[in-house]
Design a protein. Structure first.
Length: 178
């Protein structure tokens, strides 16, 4: 009888615990950033592989990430795109370089460990137009498996590996179409 009672208590605890862990489905989050002649729609950000903040508020980190990547691409675009040209991206996935690891109380924040196992990845659709006419469009799944082998200048870029992905793509795909 005691064994049966323990089994019922354990089963009830697991059932309640399982219910507590189920989360309500969340609505897709979309953010639009623009700078000059570059517009980026960050689509369904809840589904992105890894845009996890190591400290602070997640939503603020996401806004910072999206703004920094947009600004970096816009600086490059401003040097190459002519008047009347527009670059629109719809980002469908981001996987930041590295992986967030807990510090288990050793520090107040988690840390992002950057290794070869976790390369940066970005997936998006793009349209380059001039005065409303499409010059080039397509879909991209960018990644750099050897990103740690590249020479990185010492700087204050917040997301250097992801910026490099977008910069290389722009120079190899968009610039030749101009």
């Amino acid at each position: 009888m005691k064994h049966l009672l323990m089994t019922v208590v354990i089963a009830a605890t697991l059932t309640i615990g399982g219910c507590a862990q189920q989360q309500e489905p969340t609505e897709p989050q979309n953010f639009l950033t623009n700078d000059g002649n570059v517009n980026i729609l960050w689509q369904s950000t809840n589904d992105y592989s890894d845009i996890e903040a190591t400290s602070g508020v997640q939503s603020k980190f996401e806004q910072y990430l999206f703004t920094e990547l947009t600004d970096g691409l816009a600086k490059l675009a401003s040097k190459h795109l002519a008047k009347g040209q527009q670059l629109d991206l719809t980002v469908t996935n981001v996987d930041l370089a590295g992986d967030v690891q807990p510090t288990f109380g050793g520090a107040t924040n988690d840390i992002r460990v950057v290794t070869d196992l976790y390369p940066p990845k970005i997936s998006f659709d793009y349209v380059l137009t001039q005065n409303g006419k499409v010059i080039k469009s397509g879909s991209e799944k960018l990644n750099n498996m050897g990103y740690l082998m590249d020479i990185q200048p010492i700087g204050s870029d917040a997301f250097p590996y992801e910026q490099d992905l977008l910069t290389d793509w722009f120079k190899n795909t968009i610039v030749p179409a101009l």
